[in-house]
Design a binder for this molecule. Structure first.
Ligand code: GLU
Length: 454
């Protein structure tokens, strides 16, 4: 078979909905899987909504997700122009072909595509009018995902509106023909258009591409389609919430595609290798924000510390916790300690705040829990002189010191942990205690411990 050519054909509206992103992604995956070409075509015939800003939002979103296109805006290619608004001459030419073949007629200023078949009229109770219908040979599509789909087109349809604009079905098919598209991978909501498209292909004498209609994305409760108003529906939200693009992309791969072995977090190279039509589900894919958050956490924790620092630092700067004067080694050791506990980048300031503030804000609930048991003040009193005398201020040195103090006083080392953590960080939990003390440094630990309860 000749080279696979797939396309993503959005009508930019200013937002990049996850449904569109997933359609783009599946086309991209299929192109990369087969070594084919991924074409980006902008269906910008609606001049009011398709502004330059809307296009920019789309291109930014695609680039953020790492979905590079081989042909299209800003990249060029042999099958351009890639904006429908620049393809008028081509549409005129194709319209002339249909007209020459006797397959068009004009009515009330609009141009209709004429079906072949026996004509009859039927009363339509919704429109309250007699409609002309056509008994056509049903269109059979062997959809690569849904299997055999049979549908008949019963009415001639408009291919050019009375204002001169060409209609969606016509331009979509003409472009797919001109751009030599071999596979049309698009949302299931377009399935109802496919029979009309196939009728147009027949009229042009062109073999239709393979169709692959991918399942809709459903709301998390499974009730209805994920609309753009739903929380988590727009790629822009993930960008502003500092999600990792690779994690979002990994999650979107799983929205309707199933690797069949419960794998979730996978390198993109592996997904590309395994991705194919048989793995795409027929049923709607439920959006699961928690799963996405979980995958994001896994990616975050697996990052090399340099990358993690590079991504976390700007978030900490915005939160006012660090600035250019912050010691880089100190920042790096704080982040290395906190990375395994990180949930997402947006919550990093909360996790590391204690390392960059001069005061300790004691959490009241944590304090109550700590003071409910034993005699924490006495334990802190026993510990302080030993910490003051400690030279080897490392995790190992600290652990040994806690052990000695506990032994001397007939306590378990754990009797010293909650009060130390509370005194030093104000919290009841967080990063491992010895790491916290080691990174924070002797001076800060001692001054905080002495100030506690003073
Ligand atoms: N512009 C159409 C859309 O955004 C393209 C449909 C198709 O992929 O054929 O839904």
């Amino acid at each position: 078979m000749s080279q696979v050519r797939v396309r993503f054909a959005p009508s930019p509206t200013g937002f990049f909905h996850i449904g569109s992103a997933r359609t783009a992604l599946f086309n991209w995956l299929y192109a990369r899987h087969t070594g084919g070409a991924f074409v980006l075509r902008i269906e910008d015939t609606d001049t009011e909504r398709n502004t330059p800003e809307a296009l920019q939002a789309l291109l930014d979103g695609m680039r953020w997700l790492g979905l590079d296109w081989d042909e299209g805006p800003e990249v060029g290619g042999d099958y351009g122009p890639y904006f429908q608004s620049e393809r008028q001459a081509i549409y005129e030419e194709y319209l002339a072909k249909l007209t020459a073949a006797g397959r068009t007629y004009e009515k009330d200023g609009a141009v209709y595509f004429k079906l072949i078949g026996e004509r009859y009229t039927e009363f339509d109770k919704y429109k309250n009018a007699e409609l002309e219908k056509v008994r056509t040979e049903p269109v059979v599509v062997e959809d690569a995902i849904r299997g055999r789909v049979e549908r008949a087109v019963e009415q001639d349809f408009v291919i050019r509106r009375s204002n001169g604009d060409f209609g969606f079905h016509f331009v979509n098919v003409v472009d797919d023909i001109c751009m030599a598209i071999t596979h049309v991978i698009r949302g299931e909501d377009h399935l109802s258009n496919t029979a009309r498209h196939v009728e147009l292909y027949r009229a042009f004498g062109v073999t239709p591409p393979v169709f692959a209609h991918i399942p809709l994305i459903l709301k998390s409760d499974g009730k209805g389609k994920m609309s753009k108003r739903e929380s988590g529906a727009l790629i822009e939200e993930y960008v502003s919430r500092h999600f990792l693009a690779q994690a979002v992309r990994n999650y979107l791969c799983l929205l309707g595609w199933n690797p069949k072995d419960d794998s979730e977090v996978m390198p993109i190279a592996e997904i590309i290798e395994r991705f194919d039509f048989p793995g795409i589900n027929k049923d709607g894919a439920r959006f699961d924000e928690q799963k996405l958050a979980h995958i994001n956490t896994e990616y975050l924790r697996a990052l090399p510390i340099e990358t993690f620092t590079h991504l976390a630092a700007p978030v900490l700067v915005s939160a006012g916790l660090i600035d250019e004067s912050t010691d880089e080694d100190y920042l790096q050791s704080v982040l290395a300690l906190c990375q395994p506990k990180a949930r997402d980048l947006a919550s990093m300031p909360e996790l590391v705040a204690t390392f960059f503030s001069d005061t300790v804000e004691v959490d009241a609930a944590a304090r109550e829990r700590v003071y409910k048991k034993g005699d924490p003040a006495a334990r802190l009193g026993e510990l302080l002189p030993a910490l003051e005398a400690l030279d080897d201020w490392s995790e190992a040195g600290l652990e040994a010191t806690f052990g000695q103090v506990a032994e001397t006083n007939g306590q378990k080392p754990t009797a010293y942990f909650p009060i130390t953590r509370l005194a030093v960080s104000g919290q009841g939990g967080g990063v491992p205690l010895f790491g916290l003390l080691a990174v924070l440094g002797k001076e800060k630990v001692l001054s905080r411990a002495k100030a506690h309860g003073a």
